[in-house]
Design a protein. Structure first.
Length: 370
């Protein structure tokens, strides 16, 4: 039975065939990821390392070659890396970039000299940047698309969960987000504010900006708790800041629910132990989703026909005490390097509508630790 007939048989039976598909014998597409983060964790969390890790698993799924260049949170180094890639005589097929510290506008201009196709992920361009250089596939022809998580929807769900955990109490919220220029930092704050604006007995006492680190969040939370002793909810825009805030809460013996965004392994352990109330999980899969989109595009299934060139992806999930064990086992257990991203591909599994990157499919098929 050929693959198409096998898939049809499974569909008729109401099943999703999860056997690994075979790939046509053609050169493996080469992808360079200009990773804005640190190759070794130095206090701002392992988000970018995990992004590259799951990206590599997806590359293995689709028989793609992946090269990761870390910029060590130095946007000037990232610009130099973009220049180096643009000048390569043997150009990669694709380059994946991030608008960290507003550097993507210049990187797009630099990479416009390369035959490589460019995909922007995680941090979108600001409206001002788009006014200057246009949108995807316009002035910069090889900028084929943008893929970001719906960060505002993720933090909306987080605040909704934390609010319901309070019961009858009025929500007095302290927020700690990242630097003010980063679009995703602004979007995370906007999601919280949208929920609070719709909720009569809830308000933000103060929102502050941080440098994404444990130490800065810990210090600022101590000051804010002294200023707002009635605060009963704190949210932070990444793991390191959430854990820093939690440490300050414990130091004051305050009765405050603390949640955050990221859900790295340390934060998940803290959720399981009852420290952190909840985390928004999944951001580090954006690189894997980029590989799905590039795989499909490379094989003639243009993602633009399924949601457009500007993709805002809904896959962020709230992880709390009741579901943390399952999530942790699936994505940080011994089988995390064998996750199969093939079912998300519209080239391999054709279906109508936009891409569905919901994590439930990965959770249901992830190998379990023995």
């Amino acid at each position: 039975m050929n693959r198409r007939k096998a898939l049809l048989a499974c569909a008729h039976a109401g099943l999703l065939c999860m056997t690994r598909p075979t790939f046509a014998s053609r050169p493996s597409p080469r992808v360079v990821f200009l990773n804005p983060g640190e190759a070794v964790e130095r206090g701002t969390g392992r988000h970018w390392q995990l992004t590259a890790q799951f990206m590599a698993v997806a590359a293995k799924t689709f028989d793609m070659q992946l090269e990761v260049l870390y910029a060590e949170r130095d946007h000037l180094l990232m610009l130099r890396q973009a220049e180096e890639v643009a000048l390569r005589p043997d150009a990669p097929d694709y380059v994946v970039i991030v608008n960290e510290k507003m550097a993507a506008q210049q990187m797009l201009k630099t990479l416009a000299r390369s035959p490589a196709k460019v995909l922007l992920i995680h941090n979108d361009l600001t409206p001002g940047q788009r006014r200057e250089i246009g949108n995807e596939r316009q002035q910069i022809r090889n900028w084929i698309g943008t893929a970001t998580a719906n960060a505002a929807l993720g933090t909306y769900r987080l605040m909704e969960y934390l609010y319901h955990r309070l019961g009858e109490n009025r929500a007095q919220v302290i927020g700690i987000t990242g630097d003010p220029q980063t679009p995703v930092s602004q979007e995370r704050a906007a999601g919280v504010e949208t929920f609070l604006a719709q909720t009569p007995n809830a308000r933000t006492s103060q929102l502050v900006f941080s440098d994404w680190s444990y130490a800065d969040s810990n210090q600022k939370t101590g000051v804010l708790l002294a200023r707002y002793p009635e605060a009963n909810v704190i949210w932070a825009a990444n793991d390191s800041m959430a854990l820093g805030a939690l440490n300050a809460v414990k130091a004051r013996n305050a009765r405050v629910l603390v949640g955050g965004v990221g859900a790295l392994k340390g934060a998940l352990a803290n959720v399981a132990d009852g420290g952190l109330a909840a985390m928004v999980a999944g951001d580090y899969f954006i690189g894997a989703w980029a590989m799905v989109l590039l795989h499909d595009y490379h094989h003639g299934k243009d993602f633009a026909a399924s949601g457009g060139v500007w993709q805002k992806l809904d896959y962020l999930s709230v992880i709390h005490h009741d579901n943390v064990a399952r999530y942790n086992e699936a994505f940080f257990g011994r089988g995390h390097n064998t996750l199969d991203f093939a079912p998300y591909s519209k080239y391999l599994y054709p279906r109508a509508g936009p891409y569905d990157f919901g994590l439930e499919r990965l959770l249901n098929t992830a190998p379990k630790d023995s």
